[in-house]
Design a protein around this ligand. Structure first.
Ligand code: ZN
Length: 81
């Protein structure tokens, strides 16, 4: 119904939960755009869904690199892009 969890305000890092799936503006060298949140803290831990590599990003860095939340943890994505 037009309500999208993918909407993202670039001025504010949204509340993140472990297991959320994020899409970043630039692809990982492996070609993947989507990451899962695996750690929350001063730095945010992300795991690449394509190659499984993990990185730590400062919140302000992630805020700039993040494009959308693809799916919140625990939600079943019934939509097709
Ligand atoms: Zn990767």
């Amino acid at each position: 119904m037009g309500l999208s969890v993918g909407w993202y305000n670039p001025n504010v890092l949204p509340e993140l939960d472990l297991g959320d799936i994020l899409r970043l503006r630039k692809p990982h060298p492996c070609g993947g755009y989507e990451w899962r949140v695996v750690r929350l803290g001063a730095d945010i831990g992300l795991e690449c869904l394509s190659c499984g590599r993990r990185v730590l990003l400062e919140r302000r860095v992630l805020k700039n690199r993040m494009k959308t939340i693809v799916r919140k943890a625990g939600e079943i994505d019934a939509s097709n892009e």
